[in-house]
Design a protein around this ligand. Structure first.
Ligand code: NAP
Length: 322
């Protein structure tokens, strides 16, 4: 601790940038810290060898997080500022064991992610991008009308992960006159929507199964063969959570064999090199992880990274610790 204090008085803290923030916030970081660009390094291993000892902060995002291996090579790390709300790729147990706080970016992205969740729902159920292809590829001209789709009105959305984003999705679903039910590890007080104690029971009861829970080990494969079976041939699944939440090979099997009606996905296993089996399917809508991807929201997320780091190095309480 004494060494750290001396350092903080003498020089700007050294920060390892695993994933950069938006440009304006990168400028702020550049003026306050000495940045080491892991993201840009040709030889990352050599960079870490050279600067690992002096790194006091890490800037990252959910896409890369902070692995246990890298964490182990940063012996004087004091803080991890993650520029996304999901931090399943950060070695949280490793950070906890060393009392290293981790910050994320809750709330500021909730509405944008919920908008994409609702847009995906609308798209897969009403066939918007399918219709777009129908026009663009000349099928309207050659074959006539596109097959009819399904109404959203009166259908039930079952939300797994009824947190900040889940609740914002519920509001939007209600505006579309859908019914809402949810599943989480615990039943929430003061909530009027029906609670289901298991993903299977929720899937059985809903038409659109919406995934809005965190990723990571605890939810890996939560949407299993049994859950998709319970959703059934008229059911849709929409995933804005993390690719790991669905058993993806099983999902692909169910889509190919039409054992569910469709899937709309913003997140995948192995992003961005996703399983190309998806490309040939008609009953999917695919998005490149754009839930929080607006300039306004990404700026707000980046600002939280800057503000959390500033608070830490000023000895003030963190704004959004996980
Ligand atoms: P949040 O407020 O913490 O909500 C998470 C919800 O998930 C809680 O209601 C929690 O309820 C539930 N949950 C946790 N573990 C669960 C489990 N094992 N099984 C079932 N439910 C579980 O988080 P948020 O801000 O809404 O964000 C949710 C997630 O959305 C993030 O972690 C991230 O992965 C994802 N996300 C995606 C994008 C995108 O671009 N697609 C953008 C932002 C966020 P209980 O504690 O009662 O279980």
């Amino acid at each position: 601790p004494n060494i750290r204090k001396e350092k903080s008085m003498a020089t700007k803290p050294d920060i390892l940038v695993v994933v950069p923030t938006r440009p304006k916030q990168m400028e702020m970081l550049e003026s306050a810290y000495v940045l080491h660009r892991h993201d840009k390094a040709d030889d990352r291993d050599a960079l870490v060898k050279e600067v690992g000892e002096k790194i006091r902060g890490v800037v990252t995002m959910g896409s890369k997080g902070l692995s246990g291996d890298l964490l182990a090579r940063l012996p004087n790390l004091e803080i991890v500022a993650c520029g996304s709300v999901g931090y399943d790729t950060v070695d949280i147990d490793g950070c906890k064991a060393r009392d290293i706080p981790v910050t994320n970016t809750p709330d500021v992205l909730t509405n944008d992610v919920a908008d994409v969740a609702m847009a995906l729902t609308f798209d897969i159920v009403r066939g918007l991008t399918r219709g777009e292809r129908w026009v663009r590829e000349g099928l309207w001209r050659d074959k006539g009308m596109m097959p009819l789709t399904t109404t959203l009105t009166g259908k039930t959305m079952g939300i797994i992960g009824y947190g900040r984003i889940g609740k914002a999705i519920a509001q939007r679903a209600e505006a579309f006159e859908m019914n809402v039910a949810y599943h989480g590890r615990t039943k929430q007080d003061g909530v009027s929507h029906a609670y289901f104690g298991s993903p299977e029971a929720l899937a059985q009861a809903c038409d659109v199964l919406m995934l809005a829970c965190p990723g990571g080990d605890e939810t890996k494969g939560l949407v299993s063969r049994e859950v998709l079976q319970a959703l059934g041939p008229d059911g849709y699944v929409v995933n804005i959570a993390r690719g790991s939440v669905i058993d993806e090979p099983v999902l692909l099997e169910f889509l190919k064999e039409k054992k569910i009606k469709g899937a709309a996905l913003d997140v995948f296993e192995n992003e961005p090199k996703i399983d190309e089996t998806f490309f040939a399917l008609e009953n999917v809508v695919l998005q490149p992880h754009v839930g929080s991807g607006t300039e306004e929201t990404r700026d707000a997320m980046s600002q939280l990274v800057v503000d959390n780091l500033a608070a830490h190095f000023a000895g003030k309480p963190l704004l959004t610790p996980v």
